[in-house]
Write a protein that binds this ligand. Structure first.
Ligand code: NAD
Ligand code: IPM
Ligand code: MN
Length: 365
């Protein structure tokens, strides 16, 4: 069976990390004898410069026709003063809404071998294993009306019961596969959208008596997350809160470069690291490819039903870290050797090969 993947490297460090994710996918496919067909397309700033649009029709069509989409990052300082709807980021938002995935899964895991590079003390950070379930197609990002008129600007926060129900369902189902706890995060002491959110989540929880539900206001959640990350299992929240809290959760793991994501629930799955185009380090081989590689693993899990292979890639990342390989962002205070983006990718490929071979050898005896 041939699986078609559209790759959208995008801007800044996007191409650097996507090269490594593709290399790891090719490695695991090669070992098992299945095939991925990769088609690269433009999105973001590179697409604006080439075609005058952050999401050209050829790119969108290719994504809609493929089995999964792997994206690097979009955005560049040269568009800092460009209106939102003409910026590179607009291409990503259009793509998300066209693919229809409303559930953005963002795992945040603290790996012991790099715990020392987090500003959060080891005894606080260690053991952190959180799944942020971020609603991705609603809220302030997509609410109408929006705009700027002379000296007044507006965005609209909007949520429907159906939008809340479908994302809550994903969170409860994921919690069942994990430690059975959902923390729903809102601002129900101020916002009507959050009151509807809370009521709907409570109603949905009745279908999941085996899952513990708690509610936190987003401000308090931001505090608890950094003070005691182990209290969280699944963190369910709306679009903008999820965006902010996931960057905060990344600090616990050591770097924004560590976090992966999968966007599910639509026709075509979308997989992207949580970080942006990191213009401050782009083009230097200093980008951490872990988030992109782990996003590729999530693609195997959610789009291709290849759970074992997804786990093998995740384990290979862990092995590379345990063996001491680090990109600069995770090097401070952790010992080990600083390597480039592509050297790290190479080590992960070697580790994947070793892990799969060891299992084959084990089953052969
Ligand atoms: P950013 O995530 O690009 O970078 C924040 C900081 O984290 C920087 O210091 C950067 O060097 C570091 N960092 C991020 N990813 C890293 C990695 N893989 N390895 C090592 N260090 C890494 O956020 P920003 O600087 O606020 O935004 C830059 C641009 O990226 C903006 O245009 C923004 O809109 C865009 N952005 C895009 C996405 C996306 O495409 N999904 C996500 C976030 C931001
Ligand atoms: C993310 C990014 C995007 C978001 C931007 C680039 C549109 O910050 O994926 O976290 O806000 O969703
Ligand atoms: Mn973000």
């Amino acid at each position: 069976m041939k699986r078609n993947i559209t790759t959208l490297p995008g801007d800044g460090i996007g191409p650097e990390v996507i090269t490594e994710a593709v290399r790891v996918l090719q490695t695991i496919a090669g070992i098992h004898g299945y095939r991925f067909e990769f088609e690269e397309q433009l999105i973001g700033g590179v697409a604006i410069r080439r075609f005058g649009s952050p999401l050209p029709t050829t790119t969108l069509d290719a994504c809609l026709m493929s089995d999964a989409v792997l994206l690097g990052a979009v955005g560049s300082p040269e568009y800092d003063r460009t209106p939102p709807n003409q910026r590179p980021e607009a291409g990503l938002l259009l793509l998300r809404s066209a693919l229809g995935g409303y559930a953005n899964l963002r795992p945040a895991i603290s790996y012991p071998s790099i715990a020392a590079c987090s500003p959060v003390r080891r005894e606080v950070a260690s053991g952190t294993d959180i799944l942020i379930v971020r609603e991705l197609l609603g809220g302030l990002y997509f609410g109408e009306p929006r705009g700027i008129e002379s000296n007044v600007a507006s965005n609209t926060m909007r949520y429907s019961v159906e939008e809340i129900e479908r994302i809550a369902k994903v969170a409860f189902e994921e919690a069942r596969k994990r430690r059975g706890k959902v923390t729903s995060v809102d601002k129900a002491n101020v916002l009507e959208t959050s009151q509807l959110w809370r009521q709907t989540v409570i109603r949905m929880s009745q279908n999941y008596p085996d899952v513990t539900l708690e509610h936190l206001y987003v401000d308090a959640c931001a505090m608890h997350l950094i003070a005691n990350p182990r209290r969280f299992d699944v963190l369910l929240t709306e679009n903008l809160f999820g965006d902010i809290l996931s960057d905060e959760a990344a600090v616990i793991t050591g770097s924004l470069g560590m976090l992966a994501s999968a966007t599910i629930g639509g026709e075509v799955g979308l997989y992207e690291p949580v970080h942006g185009s990191a213009p401050d380090i782009a083009g230097r081989g200093a980008a951490n490819p872990c988030g992109a590689i782990a996003s590729a693993a999530m693609m195997l899990r959610h789009s291709f039903n290849l759970e074992q292979d997804a786990c093998d890639i995740e384990l290979a990342i862990e092995h590379a870290l345990e063996a001491g390989y680090r990109t600069p962002d995770i090097a401070e205070g952790t010992g080990g050797y600083v390597v480039t983006t592509s050297e790290f990718g190479e080590v992960v490929c070697e580790a994947v090969t070793e892990i799969v071979n060891m299992r084959h050898a084990y089953h052969a005896v």
